[in-house]
Design a protein around this ligand. Structure first.
Ligand SMILES: *[C@@H]1O[C@H](CO)[C@@H](O)[C@H](O)[C@H]1NC(C)=O
Ligand SMILES: *[C@@H]1O[C@H](CO)[C@@H](O)[C@H](O)[C@H]1NC(C)=O
Ligand SMILES: *[C@@H]1O[C@H](CO)[C@@H](O)[C@H](O)[C@H]1NC(C)=O
Ligand SMILES: *[C@@H]1O[C@H](CO)[C@@H](O)[C@H](O)[C@H]1NC(C)=O
Ligand SMILES: *[C@@H]1O[C@H](CO)[C@@H](O)[C@H](O)[C@H]1NC(C)=O
Ligand SMILES: *[C@@H]1O[C@H](CO)[C@@H](O)[C@H](O)[C@H]1NC(C)=O
Ligand SMILES: [Cu+2]
Length: 567
């Protein structure tokens, strides 16, 4: 049994991955970093071989003919990312897991091996923000696109990188993503501004010394618990233990940093003292660059930022800060989720102070102008009006409702299987909205009278943000149809409304949900079945069935009970 050595390896790797900025996994030939395309240099980042930042990736994608193949193994581990030891789950022994690299247009093939034999947990791996163009079966959502993959089993996902930029993969089984089952995805392509070096993914997470599974019972009864700490790229200090994320800048060099908020329930403001950032992408959409001292980032969102090392004359080292916003987050160590930027030659602890900011869980929406301009068409009549509410079930546990339905879908009977079986009528708690017609605009109104903001995430599409504001949505609310922000995760403001639009250009069963982990598990989700009749021919029913058969056997053998929404 190789298990004990994995525990040791994982503890070491968490520290190691954070200390060595990039190329940490270089020794492994399977994950060699993809190469930049000809024409793309530090001073010509808008170029990409025969393509450029002006190419509309919704219509045109380079045909590289390359398949990037990865093997990822999930194990139960003991880790101490902030010096306090606890159990967790990791991919190849590290949290975050290995970064998947590809070039725009490549095919990405990921084999996931579930070795969570101690916890008996199933799994599924979702590639957040990846469009999965006509490949819904590879979206990795338990109860929707697959049964959970049982311990001892493996599953293969394959999709084309039609978009480029920065994103992440994470488990979509129960609260497993926040047990540590996540990692970065870098898809190389052109950019809207130049930079010298790519520092790769930078994860912002919240963290506690109890596991999310231990905290969930309390979350359901008392509401979101206070979490002990936050992590920057998998590491931080706590009391006298742990170590900080750090990196070293060379004066005059500009760096690209790929920010992801991977938290279960924390909204961050991110800053580097005395350095202005240039933001070049929101989620997987390149934008007109804008400058800011502080980036506000909700759960599931990503921003690509460029920072220039132009402060060598003012100090030797600077704090990097991820500040939990107390307007919607509760982290005990909130003033000390920090990393360090050293300038070459320095090892001195920074003494800089942060930029001022207003504590809030707002969005960057007003700053986001997609580089490829698009206009939203009139809706053909499909406007889904989905008021948000919260209530308690018969066990007095919190459940979230969209349009008065709280989702409960079944691990052992995923939506895609029902579609293969030609099931036409669904239960109310499957929370399905059918979109039968091709190439129509759908508008989705999500509104809440509660003082809690929620990051809303849609699978299978980038959506357009037509309206986002305080108060109720009414028929006189102005909709921005002229090149509004496009992305896959946007904030529904507290006591406010969010109006989204997308085109029915991708057949599948696509989840839309709140990305607060507790809320997803408490049913704040619905699914769009888009173009039902075109879905079955896209599926590999043999592997769908085989994976489900193994799961049913496992559930039975270990008496596993589903106690959450199923997604
Ligand atoms: C964060 O850690 C990953 C490895 O897990 C590494 O590839 C990446 O470069 C690190 N990010 C930064 C900004 O140092
Ligand atoms: C998406 O898939 C459809 C069907 O295979 C194809 O016609 C379309 O070109 C694809 N879109 C992109 C951007 O690759
Ligand atoms: C992960 O571990 C497996 C062995 O379990 C190995 O084959 C694979 O190459 C590793 N993958 C990465 C991305 O390091
Ligand atoms: C998954 O594993 C965790 C940790 O052992 C456990 O608390 C949880 O109940 C398991 N979940 C399921 C559905 O088996
Ligand atoms: C850094 O910025 C702070 C406030 O933003 C300012 O007070 C301070 O003088 C600056 N420090 C240096 C070393 O430039
Ligand atoms: C919302 O619920 C009502 C009542 O169940 C139903 O008639 C309506 O179709 C639902 N709306 C959507 C968008 O699903
Ligand atoms: Cu929520």
């Amino acid at each position: 049994m190789h298990f004990p050595s994995f525990i040791a390896a994982s503890t070491a790797l968490v520290g190691f991955a954070a200390a060595a900025p990039s190329h940490s996994f270089q020794a492994n030939p399977n994950i060699a970093r993809a190469e930049a395309c000809a024409g793309n240099t530090a001073t010509t980042r808008s170029q990409w071989c025969d393509y450029s930042i002006d190419t509309d990736f919704m219509n045109e994608v380079p045909d590289t003919g390359v398949t990037r193949e990865y093997w990822l193994e999930l194990t139960d581990v003991t880790v101490s990312p902030d010096g306090v030891s606890r159990s967790a789950m990791a991919i190849n022994g590290s949290i975050p897991g290995p970064t998947l690299f590809a070039d725009w247009g490549d095919t990405v093939k990921v084999h996931v091996i579930n070795s969570l034999t101690t916890s008996h947990n199933g799994t599924s791996l979702h590639f957040h923000g990846i469009r999965q163009n006509y490949t819904v079966q590879n979206d990795g959502v338990a109860s929707i696109t697959q049964c959970p993959t049982a311990p001892g089993q493996s599953i293969t996902y394959e999709w084309r990188a039609t978009q480029y930029g920065s994103t992440w993969y994470h488990s979509h089984f129960a609260l497993q993503a926040w047990q540590g089952v996540f990692g970065g995805i870098v898809i190389n392509g052109p950019a809207t501004a130049n930079y010298d070096e790519d520092l790769g993914m930078l994860f912002l997470n919240d963290w506690d010394h109890q596991t999310v599974d231990e905290l969930y019972m309390c979350a359901q009864v008392n509401g979101p618990p206070t979490l002990a700490n936050g992590l920057i790229n998998g590491t931080n200090t706590y009391e006298n233990g742990g170590s900080r994320y750090s990196t070293t800048f060379t004066p005059g060099t500009s760096y690209r940093i790929r920010l992801v908020n991977g938290a279960v329930d924390t909204h961050f403001k991110f800053m580097i003292d005395n350095h202005t950032m240039t933001v070049i992408a929101s989620d997987l959409v390149p934008i007109e660059p804008f400058e800011t001292n502080v980036v506000t980032i909700g759960m599931g969102q990503r921003y690509d930022v460029i920072v220039t090392a132009n402060q060598a004359d003012t100090a030797d080292s600077f704090w990097m800060r991820a500040i939990p916003q107390s307007a919607c987050s509760d982290v005990a160590n909130e003033d000390d989720v920090k990393g360090i930027i050293y300038y070459e030659g320095s090892t001195q602890e920074p003494s800089t102070s942060g930029y001022s900011y207003v504590d809030s869980c707002d969005d960057e929406t007003e700053n986001l102008v997609p580089h490829i301009s698009k206009t939203v068409g009139a809706t053909a009549g499909t406007t889904a009006d989905t008021p948000v509410s919260v209530g308690t079930n018969s066990d007095k546990m919190f459940r979230w409702y969209l349009n008065s339905t709280t989702m409960v879908v079944d691990w052992k009977n995923p939506t895609l299987e029902s579609i293969v079986d030609n099931v036409r009528s669904f239960e109310k708690d499957d929370a399905i909205i059918e979109l039968p017609n091709a190439n129509e605009w759908v508008y989705v109104v999500i509104a809440t009278t509660l003082g809690v903001p929620h990051p809303i995430h849609l699978h299978g599409h980038d959506f357009f943000v037509l309206a986002q504001g305080d108060g109720e949505y009414t028929s006189s609310t102005a909709l921005n149809l002229n090149n509004p922000p496009r992305r896959d995760t946007a904030m529904l403001p507290a006591s406010g409304h969010l109006v989204l639009a997308f085109e029915t250009d991708n057949p599948g069963a696509w989840l839309m949900h709140c990305h607060i982990g507790w809320h997803t598990s408490e049913g704040f989700a619905l699914q769009f079945i888009e173009r039902y009749d075109e879905i079955t021919p896209l599926l590999d029913t043999a592997s769908l069935n085989q994976n489900c058969a193994a799961w049913r056997e496992h559930e039975e053998a270990f008496g596993i009970e589903q106690e959450d929404s199923g997604v």
